[in-house]
Write a protein that binds this ligand. Structure first.
Ligand code: ASP
Ligand code: MG
Length: 421
């Protein structure tokens, strides 16, 4: 039996018909290596944004079912065009949407999770020698409603298909050469990583690096599917391989530095210091689907029996958070709320920091030497994050990148005209 390779091409890679023909050549190259090939594509260029804008012109708050009906059409265009391009270049190919394949998701519009992927039809086409071109980003419920997986979701479609098919590898083709130690637009001497572990990649993605959809990394880790992130426009370069941590040689404590400007901080002052207060607060946020990132509770002021709770959320969740806080005010008994929306979360990530003491201290010292104040700190086994003032974001990333020995001698070549989300 042949190995199956899943290739995924993002919006930038299929932005026009010349680029689609170029993708067809990359697909045929892979097939000529003797593999069975399944291709997942995104919508062309900015299609998803353009469709979203059309909807907003009609309604400020369109129903999520109709949004999914609308947005899923973008990928429908690219699969058909790519299958035609392949046929034109003499390669047997067939396009399939999520309904035809059977990419079954939860009954949730606009951010559905994949529950199951049926592989029989794909396998039949592969056995006929065809390349199968599948629409990313979309799914179908068991009662035939169209769903989508959330912006950037085609990565997840590709990785989930690779897992279901037992593929040898999933190649994510994009407009950058791979995964870098940090954003090369901020630090031009960022280095491209040859390999990174799923765990580190997950932390990098949630820390603001938007090379790969975080859920795609989670899905790959679960099925242990090796994922390669590589450039569509520079196929000589093998990109970055994402694998299990056991396959890594951890020479350096820190693998990458990330900055995230999408969050803001809410401080709830003089909250009653009773059992259950934090539970009430975070339960009410969770019920409204608001994810909280960093949390700090201050040392209780004994005589007053109160403390402060600070946490970070997505900027777009502020209004709903305010409403919830207003609602739970009688129970929490707080005095004031402060919102700080000019913040950046700077994280250092590395599986190599496990068992190496002093990494946090080195991070804090590096920021201090640049005169950068730390507003909040959080840690996990392989990540240390500091919240700093937004204006220092680039400065902090640069300083940490140098301090942890990640600077490369070469200047990264970043072309990418469209952000490939
Ligand atoms: N077309 C969708 C988006 O722009 C999905 C994707 O490209 O991954 O978000
Ligand atoms: Mg993408």
């Amino acid at each position: 039996m042949k190995d199956i390779i899943v290739q995924k091409f993002g919006g930038t890679s299929v932005a026009d018909t010349d680029k689609i023909k170029n993708v067809a050549r990359a697909v045929i190259r892979e097939k000529n290596l003797g593999n069975d090939v399944v291709v997942v594509v995104s919508a062309m260029g900015h299609t998803t944004d353009i469709l979203t804008k059309l909807a907003k012109e009609i309604s400020p708050n369109p129903s999520s079912r109709e949004m999914d009906m609308l947005l899923s059409t973008g990928e429908g265009v690219s699969i058909a065009l790519l299958a035609m391009a392949l046929q034109e270049q003499g390669c047997d190919a067939v396009s399939m949407n999520a309904m035809q394949v059977g990419i079954i998701t939860e009954k949730v519009h606009s951010k559905a999770r994949i529950l199951e992927i049926k592989t029989e039809k794909i396998r039949t086409h592969l056995d006929n020698g065809e390349v199968v071109v599948i629409a990313g980003f979309q799914g179908v419920t068991d009662d035939f409603e169209i769903t989508t997986l959330g912006r950037g979701g085609s990565d997840t479609s590709a990785v989930a298909l690779a897992g279901a098919l037992g593929a040898k590898r999933c190649d994510i083709y994009t407009d950058v050469d791979g995964v870098y130690t940090t954003d090369p637009r901020i630090v031009p001497c960022a280095s491209k990583l040859e390999k990174i572990s799923y765990e580190e990649m997950m932390e990098l993605a949630s820390g603001g690096a938007n090379v790969l959809h975080p859920r795609a990394v989670e899905t790959a880790m679960f099925a242990k599917t090796p994922v390669r992130v590589r450039s569509t426009f520079n196929t000589e370069n093998l990109g970055t391989l994402i694998v299990g941590v056991e396959e890594m040689e951890l020479h350096k404590p820190v693998t990458g530095v990330a900055s995230d400007l999408s969050k803001l901080r809410v401080v709830v002052c003089d909250v009653k210091d009773n059992p259950g207060t934090a539970a009430v607060l975070f339960d009410s946020l969770a019920k409204e689907n608001i994810s909280v990132d960093m949390i700090i509770q201050s040392y209780a002021r004994k005589n007053l029996n109160t403390n402060d709770i600070a946490f970070t959320i997505e900027k777009s969740d502020l209004e709903r958070t305010r409403q919830i806080l207003e609602y739970v005010k009688p129970e929490l008994g707080y005095s004031n709320i402060y919102v700080d929306d000019k913040i950046a979360k700077i994280s250092i990530i590395g599986a190599g920091m496990i068992g190496r003491p002093g990494i946090a201290a080195k991070m804090f010292r590096t920021l201090a030497n640049r005169g950068i104040n730390i507003k909040m700190i959080s840690t996990s086994e392989i990540k240390i994050s500091c919240l700093v003032d937004e204006v220092y974001a680039a400065d902090a990333v640069e300083a940490l990148h140098t301090m942890f020995g990640l600077d490369s001698d070469e200047i990264a070549d970043v072309k990418g005209d469209l952000p490939d989300v």
